[in-house]
Design a protein around this ligand. Structure first.
Ligand SMILES: [Zn+2]
Length: 71
């Protein structure tokens, strides 16, 4: 205890899910921007929840990979 971080800006990083889709991982939550399952761009409200608004897919945290490491 004792750590009080007031700023979360810049703390999130881009992730993919087994090389598909696109999300933003922050220390507290996942924002799902593009669904790895149906490849649809997510709506803002559902993106905030980390769930695809098209197919209701919710990516598993263990499937997350850093974005931009593809060869
Ligand atoms: Zn989907």
């Amino acid at each position: 205890m004792g750590q009080n971080r007031t700023s979360t800006e810049g703390a999130s990083r881009k992730v993919t899910f087994l090389g598909r889709g696109l999300g933003l991982r922050s220390p507290t939550k996942l924002t799902l921007l593009v669904c790895p399952l149906c490849s649809q761009r997510n709506g803002d409200r559902m993106a905030e929840k980390g769930v695809c608004e098209w197919c209701a897919y919710e990516p598993a945290e263990r499937d997350e990979e850093p974005f931009g490491t593809e060869r």
